[in-house]
Design a protein around this ligand. Structure first.
Ligand code: PLP
Length: 385
């Protein structure tokens, strides 16, 4: 089976992890700060906090932004459930903004319209999670302008988008947001097995997230409520979790970061080839905004079902039978049973649901060969002509 995504691990990565296994620190050693510094330098941001998953990063981001019971968090319905669950962890209420059918990102016009209604009704969001779907940056300029007008905070869920560019700058620099989050799950662009990161330019937010990822405990005397009792001393000054990344993971991350640019170039090459090879078939191809460069975590096509003789399920099952690991990203979050219980109904976000009817993620990853890609295209031609 050709998977839809796959990690790229070379001997150097393995050696980096083994070096840590032979060292004094498996966790809380020198590798985590070094990984943070590596990413901070690469994307040009002041503070990076490595954690054990992007889900944890989203959670501590919401906590740091003061999200709590009675507040609203808005996000896109076409995302992984974690982009919404982080609000629920804080007791906040969740709502969604429908997508733009071309970019698959939350639609800035729909956001503007919904904000204006929410202002009248007195239920503006405290936090907006903007998801860079597939690695294509959202219209951050517009979203940022709206945040100034309506006073909400912005988290960029860039789980798909390390290595992507927006207006010539790296996603992760937080120019248009309060906090950005990366995921290092093996299907994402670079991996630490499990892992994530929260990035910010705001030192207060960084301090809060730092406490939050490690029990609310500090050894920093400046933060303590009284003078230290001695070299053993620490204080719990807040409530936190154990969301730390290990040094084993960070060593893998440092090693992977050396190949980030290669990974992106290869993914963009695969995407361009798909664009070229699929252009005459009855499928809509991902549109690339001219102001940005996608990292192409995913390559999602939409079937033009009216022109096809088959249903999406038939196309999907056919491709799986040919050992092509096509996938679906994502089932609209508001249609999940857990969210339906909160009162969301089908047809609440029609563009998201239409997307769900038509979307298929094609395989795209660093180690995929041109031959494999040709085979995938041939099979799509067979079923979609
Ligand atoms: C993968 C992903 C997450 C969660 O990442 P983990 O590191 O697995 O917790 C969150 N949001 C989006 C959009 C994702 O794709």
């Amino acid at each position: 089976m050709i998977p839809y995504g796959r990690q790229d691990i070379i001997q150097e990565d393995i050696d980096a992890v083994i070096e840590v296994l032979n060292s004094d620190f498996l966790t809380q050693g020198p590798k985590v700060p070094l990984f943070e510094k590596t990413v901070a330098t690469k994307v040009n941001v002041k503070h990076c906090l490595a954690v054990n998953s992007a889900t944890s990063a989203l959670h501590i981001a919401c906590v740091a932004l003061g999200l709590r019971q009675g507040d609203w968090l808005w996000t896109s319905p076409i995302t992984f459930v974690a982009s919404a669950n982080c609000g629920l962890y804080c007791g906040a209420k969740i709502d969604f903004v429908d997508i733009d059918p071309k970019t698959y990102n939350l639609c800035p016009k729909a956001l503007e319209a919904k904000l204006s209604v929410a202002e009248r009704e007195g239920n503006l969001p405290k936090v907006l999670v903007a998801v860079h779907m597939c690695g294509q940056p959202c219209d951050m300029h517009k979203i940022h302008a709206l945040s100034e007008r309506y006073g909400f905070k912005i988290i960029e869920d860039a789980s798909h988008a390390i290595g992507a560019k927006y207006l010539g700058e790296s996603i992760g620099n937080c120019r248009y947001s309060d906090i950005t989050v990366f995921s290092f799950h093996p299907v994402k662009i670079i991996t630490t097995a499990e892992g994530g990161m929260a990035l910010t330019n705001d030192s207060k937010l960084a301090e809060k997230m730092n406490l939050c990822r490690s029990h609310g405990v500090t050894r920093d005397e400046h933060l303590m409520t009284k003078e230290s009792d001695g070299p053993w001393y620490y204080q719990q000054i807040d409530i936190g979790f154990n969301y730390r990344m290990t040094d084993l993971q960070a060593a893998l991350g440092i090693s992977q970061m050396k190949r980030l640019d290669d990974f992106i170039v290869r993914r963009q090459g695969i995407a361009e080839r798909y664009d070229h090879l699929l252009k005459n078939l009855s499928v809509s191809l991902p549109c690339q905004n001219s102001d940005s460069r996608s990292s192409f975590h995913l390559y999602v096509i939409r079937l033009q079902l009216k022109k096809l003789q088959h249903t999406k399920k038939q196309v999907f099952e056919f491709l799986r039978r040919q050992d092509i690991g096509v996938n679906l990203h994502y089932i609209p979050v508001h249609t999940q049973p857990y969210f339906q219980k909160m009162g969301f109904k089908s047809n609440d976000f029609p563009e998201a649901e239409k997307y769900y009817e038509e979307a298929i993620s094609l395989p795209i990853y660093h180690g995929m060969s041109d031959e494999q890609q040709n085979y995938i295209v041939k099979k799509i031609e067979e079923i979609c002509s």
